[in-house]
Design a protein around this ligand. Sequence first.
Ligand SMILES: Cc1cc2nc3c(=O)[nH]c(=O)nc-3n(C[C@H](O)[C@H](O)[C@H](O)COP(=O)(O)OP(=O)(O)OC[C@H]3O[C@@H](n4cnc5c(N)ncnc54)[C@H](O)[C@@H]3O)c2cc1C
Ligand code: FES
Length: 256
Amino acid sequence: MLENINYRGDYFQITLSVPAISQEVQQGQFAHLLLPDTEGILLRRPFSIYDADADKGTISIIYKRVGKGTDLLAEQVPGREIDVLGPLGTGFPAPKPGQKVLIVAGGYGCAATYLIAKRFDNDGVCMIGGRSAGDVLLDDRFAATGQDVQISTDDGSAGHQGLVTELLTAELDKLGDNDDAVVYSCGPNPMLKAVSNICVPRGVETYVSLDEHMCCGVGACFTCVVKIKADNDDGWEFIRSCKDGPVFDATTVVWD
Ligand SMILES: Cc1cc2nc3c(=O)[nH]c(=O)nc-3n(C[C@H](O)[C@H](O)[C@H](O)COP(=O)(O)OP(=O)(O)OC[C@H]3O[C@@H](n4cnc5c(N)ncnc54)[C@H](O)[C@@H]3O)c2cc1C
Ligand code: FES
């Protein structure tokens, strides 16, 4: 570990020296972290790879303290060895030439989608939602990539008061008949369901990164299964989010 700093409130940014991962990572993939020699924390914890610098051989993660594992992570100091598996999962596909990129993110979803904005030239829009201003992450860094950043908060403490999906609907309404757009979204599953319900009926290409609890992270334990449409009697099947996702084409997801 090279750095572990407080980003804002309960959010921290950790930077790790992992040259192979930094060169391979695709936008939307995750790393599975394990603190060696820590009693009581037996399982790895998954975190989206927020940023990567192949020249320096580093990746960065933005994480929120929510429990035992992330509390312990926040206490670690540079120099600490961390066991990192990655890059794991299937990330977001690159936009096609000429496609307008629309990012819809909430919470750590900002970290999961940042590499899209950083890597692909676009005049896209990044819509970030949160309960209040303190939950809006990385707006300045998205803006530095050239994206038009729009914010919504439930309490109106920053940006539009309301849901981030209201911003999305307004952006989609602006598209002309010949405009081609692609929506990338990561955040709480109810937000992703709402994004899908808006985009899929309009025929807008949409990818969602699902938030499922994980154990092994490599497809062996089936803890992380999600329902995906299938050509069978039930019309759906369970798919492993860690291996076949966490990013899925929104038209394939069965929302409960
Ligand atoms: C693919 C993927 C990418 C992720 N990327 C990030 C990221 O970039 N930044 C970040 O802060 N978090 C991310 N998470 C969530 C993160 O893995 C969990 O917050 C973390 O494992 C919690 O560990 P803990 O030991 O601190 O909490 P625990 O003690 O295990 O749990 C504490 C609380 O957090 C809840 N929790 C645990 N896992 C999740 C989860 N997956 N989603 C929602 N709530 C959860 C539990 O239900 C419980 O209420 C990601 C999860 C997945 C599946
Ligand atoms: S977490 Fe084990 S199969 Fe996905």
